[in-house]
Design a protein around this ligand. Structure first.
Ligand SMILES: Nc1ncnc2c1ncn2[C@@H]1O[C@H](COP(=O)(O)OP(=O)(O)OP(=O)(O)O)[C@@H](O)[C@H]1O
Length: 730
């Protein structure tokens, strides 16, 4: 019988079963011993893959551990102090011994166009060189003069000491004192030598350390360590932005050519910067990069630059300035972007008005704190972003402003349908709410009706003006993602399908209708605004997103989504909705395109929109309704009245027995016949209908309608000889 003895305690210990593949050895039966002849169990080791994975896991843990990071920072910080201090002292020494300083100052003065100062430095440099030359010439004769001085000095000192000794001897009447001063001096020299020999060893040992400490201190005082290597409390978060901080932040960006160029600059990089100007709740500075560094490299290192400046990433906005090789940096005051921006002027000013043509909606404030005004005149619009970031609220805010212009008509499809747009009941002519396929079909019909309205306007005689029609589709991704289509059974029993209503393919009726409005709606005041979530090529087709005049985006997940939302140009030039903070930057939109004032050369702007919550929106809607002649909002695209109305028959009915009738009279008769449909008809509406039917009014003194032409048009239509209706690509 064998026991297992613990080598530490020298006592028997429980036997462990290593055959288990667990990490933790398990006791078998405490107190039970294994007989001598029992073979020793072979420990099973984890296989190679598991071990590698574990090793990688441990390594990653160690590398990313906060203590490792702190240690790395410590080493980098103190190393940088010493290296920086050595560099600085070397530079000072070189400056002191050469004319480099004068040359440098001369070039700075020259670069600044200050020729007076340049001349002054040139003169100083000349004097310095002359003095140095003189010193060198003096050095040639120095050994002889030094030897002479040594002989003379020694003789003088010895004579002096001897004279002193004689005086002492006379005064004390002791001849032995004649040599006393010389002996004291010799003793003093001996002691000095003794002290030096004792101190020399330790001094020799300590000297490098003292030098090291000196270098470290010079580097520390000069702040030679990069920001990221400083401890949290010293990182200077929120410090005011000064030229030296900006240059240092650029130098430590990790772009070698930029760092080297800055180091070799005579003015330490100050010439790269424009004056730092206050811009809203931050400052703005243009950075002209030295050749060899590209704006793209700096744009790609936004986070590091922000950290070097003591800011969070979202507090630094970089864009490409109009001047070549120049990056424009806007740096927020620390924490300023988290301050609320205040309520919307719509909420604050009950007398606010809107003008579709000349007005601009007060949407929010830009980063500089200036009011961001946006013109919606004849502009298609897209707003996108991740879910729950303020898309509906910001789109609705624009609609609420525009609704103050009583001439603007709204058709709204809300494919979420939880009531976000319900306050537009009584303002919008159509309000479809809901997420189902039926709602997608309805919204598609609504947009197609928009196309018809657009075509009617396009066909109307030139010179006509039309009331603005704004079609809004919120959560448009539901339509682009829908597979809804009608099916019907043919006489022989085969089931056939119509073209899909939704989807992003060319056969999608919704997509085709949106595309048509994008293509031609602008000129006749038919525009469409789409709000959509989390864009992809599937739920927001390229052709559709590019048809918008205003493209705006709340926070997005990736740069590729940002490119979809705003276009490559804007993102290449610094637009970065993917850098906004999800959940924290709600209502912050990056806007590209026209309609909003942009600085020259800037393709995008970041706007912090005013939040108009649902209650405020309802209140505003009530105010708007009070200004407008109320409309009966339909909750479906199907317009029963207009569907059943036969305009040509009505016109003929109004004309009665007359062969001709003035257009004004016809309109008046129509309005009396069916006010719901014709009360708002303009002369252009009448002309458009008659022209489209081939019975256009003509001039006979005044504009008149011919009953015969109308009758013929009806005959043509009824006999099916009129042009086939547009197929919408189905
Ligand atoms: N401008 C804003 N400022 C601050 N918070 C806002 C702003 N806009 C919206 N929010 C907040 O975001 C929330 C979501 O807003 P909203 O419903 O408009 O988002 P959404 O992107 O349309 O959401 P969904 O995912 O439903 O489409 C609001 O309830 C509000 O708390």
């Amino acid at each position: 019988m064998t026991e297992i003895i613990d080598i530490n305690t020298h006592r028997p210990r429980p036997i462990t079963d290593f055959t288990k593949r667990d990490d933790q050895p398990r006791p078998v039966l405490e107190g039970v011993v294994i007989p001598n002849d029992t073979p020793t169990p072979t420990p099973v080791r984890p296989d190679y893959g598991v071990r590698v994975r574990r090793a990688v896991g441990v390594t990653r843990h160690v590398i990313t551990h906060e203590r490792t990071k702190t240690g790395a920072r410590l080493v980098a910080r103190h190393g940088s102090y010493v290296a920086g201090g050595a560099g600085l002292l070397a530079k000072r020494a070189w400056d002191g011994r050469s004319a480099a300083r004068y040359e440098r100052m001369m070039r700075i003065a020259e670069a600044a166009g200050n020729s007076e100062e340049a001349k002054e430095w040139e003169e100083r440099g000349r004097q310095f060189r002359a003095a140095r030359h003189q010193r060198r010439m003096d050095m040639l004769t120095m050994p002889g003069r030094a030897a002479k001085a040594l002989v003379v000095g020694t003789a003088t000192t010895a004579g002096g000491l001897l004279g002193l000794g004689m005086l002492l001897a006379v005064a004390e009447k002791d001849p032995g004192l004649v040599l006393a001063p010389i002996m004291v001096t010799i003793d003093a020299i001996r002691w000095a030598v003794l002290i030096v020999t004792i101190v020399w060893g330790p001094a020799l040992f300590l000297a490098p350390w003292a030098a090291f400490l000196g270098l470290w201190n010079v580097g520390r005082l000069r702040g030679a360590a990069p920001q990221w290597a400083l401890p949290a409390r010293e990182r200077g978060d929120g410090e005011p932005v000064t030229p030296s901080i900006v240059v240092k932040a650029l130098r430590d960006l990790g772009i070698a050519p930029l760092r080297n160029a800055i180091k070799s600059m005579e003015d330490n990089g100050a010439g790269m910067l424009s004056p730092i100007v206050l811009a809203g709740c931050g400052v703005e500075v243009d950075i002209t990069l030295p050749s060899g560094s590209s704006t793209e490299e700096v744009l790609n290192r936004r986070r590091k630059l922000a950290e070097n400046l003591g800011r969070h990433e979202h507090e630094v906005h970089l864009s490409i300035a109009p001047a070549a090789r120049t990056v424009r940096a806007w740096i927020a005051d620390s924490g300023a972007l988290d301050e609320p921006i205040g309520p919307s002027p719509l909420v604050m000013d009950p007398d606010i008005t809107a003008d579709y043509i000349k007005g601009r909606a007060p949407w929010g404030v830009d980063l500089r704190g200036d009011t961001a005004l946006i013109s919606l005149y004849q502009r298609m619009m897209l707003i996108t972003g991740l879910s729950n970031q303020g898309k509906t609220a910001s789109l609705r805010a624009l609609a609420l402003w525009l609704a103050h212009d009583v001439a603007v008509r709204f058709w709204i499809g809300d494919l979420k349908g939880i009531g976000d747009w319900r306050m537009f009941t009584g303002i919008a002519e159509v309000l479809i709410e809901g997420p189902t396929d039926d709602h997608v079909i309805d919204v598609t019909e609504m947009v197609k009706a928009g196309v018809q309205e657009m075509n009617r306007r396009l066909l109307a005689p030139s010179g006509n003006t039309f009331p603005p029609l704004v079609i809004i589709v919120d959560e448009a991704q539901v339509a682009y993602g829908s597979a809804a289509r009608e099916s019907y059974t043919t006489d022989n029993g085969t089931v056939r399908y119509g073209a899909p209503y939704g989807g992003s393919k060319a056969t999608s009726r919704y997509f085709q209708a949106v595309k048509k409005i994008h293509d031609q709606g602008r000129a006749v005041n038919v525009t469409i605004w789409e709000g959509t979530q989390d864009p992809t090529n599937e739920n927001l087709p390229k052709r559709s997103r590019e048809g918008n005049h205003i493209r705006s985006s709340l926070v997005l997940g990736t740069e590729s989504q940002a490119r979809m939302a705003l276009g490559d140009n804007a993102v290449d030039a610094g637009a970065a909705p993917h850098k906004l903070r999800q959940g924290l930057d709600k209502g912050v939109v990056v806007v590209a395109g026209d309609g909003i004032k942009l600085a020259p050369g800037q393709p995008s702007i970041t706007v912090r929109t005013h939040y108009i919550d649902e209650d405020q929106a309802k209140e505003l809607a009530e105010r708007i309704k009070a200004r407008r002649a109320g409309v009966d909002t339909r909750t479906t695209a199907q317009d029963d009245e207009t569907e059943t109305v036969d305009h040509l028959a009505d016109i003929l009915a109004v004309m009665g027995d007359a062969t001709r009738m003035r257009t004004d009279e016809v309109r008046h008769g129509l309005a009396t016949l069916n006010p719901a449909v014709y009360a708002r008809w303009t002369a252009q509406d009448l002309t458009a209908v008659l022209t489209a039917a081939g019975a256009a009014p003509y001039k006979s003194g005044v504009m008149v309608v011919s009953a015969n032409l109308v009758r013929e048009a009806i005959d043509r239509r009824d006999s099916g000889t009129e042009d086939a209706a547009e197929s919408d690509g189905e």
